[in-house]
Every structure is written in structure tokens, then in C-alpha cells.
Design a protein around this ligand. Structure first.
Ligand SMILES: [Fe+2]
Length: 377
């Protein structure tokens, strides 16, 4: 049976006729919506900021983690700190000080590496790929890989458990918007890749399946392909190659910055863009409750225009149902920004199912993060 949402289209009381624009004087906009930012929505004009509470207790807590404080030194990605996870998505933070002594292989799902810091080379089934800060690397499920470090790595690892990373349909703006698929780089079977092969040096592979690790020992280096062909590969995309969508007259929702899609979660990237210039257009995120999604943001670089007290390497977690928007200080710039453009890079992970903090979360948690929201501008 085909389903559709109950059709309602109303304007009630004193209201703007367009979302995120020309709000009634002295009001704060809050969006309630279905399907993230795609489904039916209502826009309320509140007389007080929806985050101007004086006390917030109970289990629905926003959280923040300073991943810079996680301990370094795990040679294996499967020993990385687990920060948040559910049945479809597993988010880890991995600090790799030197070359990986073993190969890794994820049999649970595709792995997305986001290189927050570091530089070096990734050797995998498909060949050699240079990697540096700002790179996303998609590793298809089953790929054997290892990293040689020229500088220590801090890596946000996002596992698409039991699913695959895909690209969003670009719709109205076409296939070459946001980034041209031609900037997706793939590993090469080059001289450096062939040179790391060996017939008599033993190598081990740590295979992760059902979140448990098995160890396979070979008397040679199993990254020994001399070539390959096909439509599947590890790919690299650097955030500096993103050309974000924006409108000078309309604050686009985060979904305009969708970079990768997997089963029951999406990965978006916030990259520098000019602020809206139309006098009536909102210049900060609107208040919302994340009604259908848990929302995770990892801060990579720059100055985070909607937040206070957040620095690169931190992660915020706003579970579905927690109303949020601009931090109180950012709210003072709701219609007038002091800078012409944002200069932030951040990775957002929106999951359809509730995330639970992992074993690596408690030690790096910013206790009392909820209180950073309270109060009026
Ligand atoms: Fe949000």
C-alpha cells in the first residue's frame, strides 16, 4: 500500500511566508520536520530562544567529546577508541603514531577514514595512495590496507556496518556540483606499490568481523596484486576539493552538504562558504530538534561560526529530540555576521537510529556540555 504524509499546508497567526527568512520581529525560528530536512516541516516563530532553559535534566543529554585528549598509540585500527555506535554505524577515533605493523581488513562493512591530521601512504589491495589531512578515504568492505606514516595520524573512522558508501543524487544542480566525480582519486599500482611486495617477509592481517578480530598470517606480503580491473575501488576525496552549495537569500539546510550516504546514516561536510547577504535571510542555523536523526559533528579546522568553546578535534553529539541551534553568543549574529564567510571544515554524521556512547567516550567527555546552551543571547 502506498503511504503519504497527511496533507497540511497552513499559515497560522503571525508568520513568515518562507522558511528561514523575514521572521516576525523579535522572534526565533524553530523547525520541526520529518525525514531530516526532506519531509513535511513546520516553522514556529517563538518569542524566546528555544534553548533558553534554566535547567535540563534526564537522559536526553547532548554530549561533547574532546578527542584530542584520547590516548595515542594504537597500531591497529580495531583498537581505536569507540566513541559512538549503533547497529548501522560505528564511529571511532584512531591515533596512529607510526607505521602499521599489520594489515587491516574490515569484514563488517565499508570503512570511511577521515584524516584529521597526519600524512603518509596508504597501501591496499588496489595499490598505493598518498593521504593527508582533510582526506576522506572510502575503503570497500574486505579491502586489505595499511598506512605508512610520514607524520602521526589522527583519524575519524566511520564504519557503514553491513552496508556500502554511495553518493547522493545531485538532483537539480547536476552530477558535477559540490565536487566533480573526476576529483575522486584511486590507488595506483606503481613502482612504490610493487617495491613493498615481498615473497619471504611474513605479514599478518587483522580481520574484523562481528566486531571481533581474527589474525591471518602469511609467509609473504598479501598486497601482491600486479594489477586489477573493475568498477569498485578505494577512493579519496579531499575536503578542499568541495565547492559547497549556498544561496545568498536562503540558509540551506545541512542536507545540501551531503557527501556520502550509507544505510540509515549520512555523512555531510561543512566547508567554507560566504554568509547569506539578503537582509531578511537567516545567517545562522535555525533551531531544530533533529526529529528523526541523531546528529554528530566532528570539527576539523577553522572557527565554528555557530558554536562557542569548540576547537578542532572535538565532537558534539545531539540526540534526536534535543532542541538546538546557534549557541547563545552566535545568536547575536542571527541577521548580521561580522565576517563575509565561514572558514570552518566539519564532518557531520546523521544517523536514523539512536547512537550509544562507546568505551572510548567517557574519558574524553566534556561534562556539563548541556549547560553551554542555556541562557539568552
Ligand atoms: Fe542539528
Amino acid at each position: 500500500m502506498v503511504k503519504r504524509y497527511i496533507p497540511v499546508s497552513r499559515v497560522e497567526g503571525t508568520a513568515s511566508r518562507q522558511a528561514h527568512c523575514d521572521l516576525p520581529a523579535g522572534t526565533y525560528e524553530r523547525e520541526m520536520s520529518k525525514e531530516g530536512f526532506f519531509g513535511p516541516a513546520a516553522f514556529f516563530h517563538h518569542r524566546h530562544p528555544p534553548t533558553a532553559w534554566v535547567e535540563f535534566t534526564g537522559p536526553l543529554q547532548p554530549r561533547a567529546f574532546d578527542l584530542d585528549l584520547s590516548s595515542a598509540g594504537a597500531a591497529s585500527p580495531w583498537s581505536a577508541h569507540e566513541v559512538l555506535a549503533n547497529a548501522h554505524c560505528r564511529i571511532r577515533y584512531w591515533r596512529l603514531a607510526g607505521d602499521m605493523p599489520r594489515l587491516a581488513r574490515n569484514a563488517d562493512g565499508d570503512e570511511l577514514l577521515f584524516i584529521h591530521a597526519g600524512a603518509g601512504e596508504l597501501f591496499c589491495d588496489f595499490g598505493r595512495l598518498a593521504v593527508q589531512a582533510g582526506d576522506y578515504v572510502v575503503l570497500p568492505r574486505g579491502t586489505m590496507w595499511r598506512i605508512e606514516t610520514a607524520a602521526p595520524f589522527d583519524v575519524l573512522m566511520i564504519e557503514a556496518t553491513n552496508s556500502s558508501y554511495q553518493l547522493p543524487e545531485k538532483g537539480l544542480v547536476g552530477n558535477h556540483a559540490i565536487f566533480d566525480p573526476a576529483v575522486l582519486d584511486t590507488p595506483r599500482i606503481d613502482a612504490a606499490f610493487l617495491a613493498q611486495q615481498s615473497d619471504d617477509v611474513p605479514w599478518q592481517v587483522e580481520v574484523k568481523r562481528r566486531n571481533a578480530t581474527s589474525l591471518i598470517t602469511y609467509p609473504f606480503n598479501p598486497l601482491d596484486a600486479i594489477g586489477w580491473h573493475g568498477e569498485l575501488s578505494a577512493v579519496r576525496l579531499n575536503v578542499r576539493d568541495l565547492r559547497p552549495l549556498m544561496s545568498h537569500r536562503y540558509h540551506l539546510p545541512p542536507s545540501a552538504h551531503t557527501t556520502f550516504l550509507a544505510n540509515r546514516f549520512v555523512v555531510c561536510t561543512f566547508a567554507p562558504r560566504p554568509f547569506e547577504t539578503d537582509p531578511g535571510a537567516l545567517k545562522v542555523p535555525f533551531f531544530h530538534n533533529n526529529d528523526d536523526y541523531d546528529e554528530v559533528i566532528f570539527y576539523h579546522a577553522g572557527d565554528f561560526f555557530s558554536r562557542d568553546n569548540i576547537h578542532p578535534g572535538m565532537m558534539s553529539f545531539h540526540p534526536a529530540g534535543f532542541t538546538h541551534g546557534p549557541h547563545p553568543k552566535a545568536l547575536t549574529r542571527m541577521f548580521q555576521q561580522t565576517k563575509p564567510a565561514t572558514d570552518e571544515y566539519a564532518v557531520m554524521i546523521d544517523t536514523r537510529d539512536a547512537l550509544e556512547p562507546g568505551a572510548g567516550a567517557a574519558a574524553v567527555e566534556w561534562a556539563g556540555y548541556v549547560d553551554s546552551w542555556k541562557g539568552q543571547p
